[in-house]
Design a protein around this ligand. Structure first.
Ligand SMILES: NC(=O)C1=CN([C@@H]2O[C@H](COP(=O)(O)OP(=O)(O)OC[C@H]3O[C@@H](n4cnc5c(N)ncnc54)[C@H](O)[C@@H]3O)[C@@H](O)[C@H]2O)[C@@H](O)CC1
Length: 236
């Protein structure tokens, strides 16, 4: 695994500590053109006629901080935390999407994007680190689709949410014999055992400082930090 020329960090979230997100984004920008958000937008948001959503996908002047600076680097578009939440409100309000519907689309989009860039024959072992919220649900969905695409997914889901939506996703993965790994079973350097890391820990509801002292967060953050500037790629 260490001989691989490149690895992928796939982030389903936009709200982890910003300095890390910046580096992840920078690394993909340097390593290869990222079309993932565009794919997501064109395949998911694009057909929607809502002016509000189209505005989110195309605006360039009001995106703050990190997102603003990244937008100027090329054709990659980023959403702020607030913008992502507002899109979600629009989708689930006037447009009538349900949570499980959006979650399935999000997970499928990530899995499809991975498959487009990193072939399972070369990058086979995927670890999805799933948090307690909907972003974690996205990761569970992505893991299921990656399995069907020919990858060998593993899931680390240390903070399970006892709701039918999530337990159903877990059951579906268990029925496919997708392994669930505890934090203790993960190596400190995740790159030793995995080709692709799907970061589905937090989405736009992350706030404040990281409260959870669980080792998984530090393991994954360390992995990302150690590898992102050399050969990691990022999907948002
Ligand atoms: N309808 C929706 O809300 C959908 C959301 N989706 C995804 O879900 C994300 C939003 O989902 P959620 O609102 O469930 O929230 P998140 O998945 O962002 O996470 C919320 C969880 O994180 C915990 N948390 C927040 N800040 C923390 C901190 N500082 N330290 C430790 N734990 C912390 C909260 O206690 C909560 O359990 C979106 O970004 C998107 O990726 C998609 O699945 C599509 C549908």
């Amino acid at each position: 695994m260490l001989g691989k020329s490149r690895r992928m960090i796939c982030s389903l979230l936009t709200q982890t500590p910003l300095h890390l997100a910046y580096y992840w984004s920078s690394s993909i920008y340097k390593t290869k053109p990222s079309t993932h958000l565009h794919n997501f937008s064109s395949g998911f948001l694009g057909p929607i006629s809502s002016p509000a959503i189209r505005a989110f996908c195309s605006k360039s002047g009001e995106v703050g901080g990190m997102a603003s600076s990244l937008q100027n680097q090329g054709s990659i578009s980023y959403l702020t935390q607030r913008e992502a939440a507002e899109i979600d409100e629009t989708l689930m309000g006037p447009l009538g999407f349900s949570v499980d519907q959006l979650m399935e689309l999000a997970g499928l989009s990530v899995a499809t994007s991975i498959a487009e860039v990193y072939k399972p024959s070369e990058y086979n072992r995927v670890l999805a680190i799933c948090g307690p919220g909907n972003n974690g649900g996205d990761g569970l969905v992505a893991a299921r689709h990656l399995y069907h695409f020919g990858y060998k997914p593993f899931v680390c889901y240390p903070k399970r949410t006892p709701k039918p939506l999530y337990s159903g996703l877990v059951t579906q993965l268990e029925s496919l014999s997708v392994p669930f790994l505890s934090v203790d079973e993960l190596p400190v350097d995740l790159s030793k055992d995995f080709d692709i890391l799907v970061d589905a820990m937090f989405g736009f509801s992350f706030h404040g400082k990281l409260l959870d002292t669980h080792t998984i967060f530090y393991n994954s953050f360390n992995f990302m930090f150690m590898h992102m500037r050399r050969d990691a790629a990022t999907i948002l």
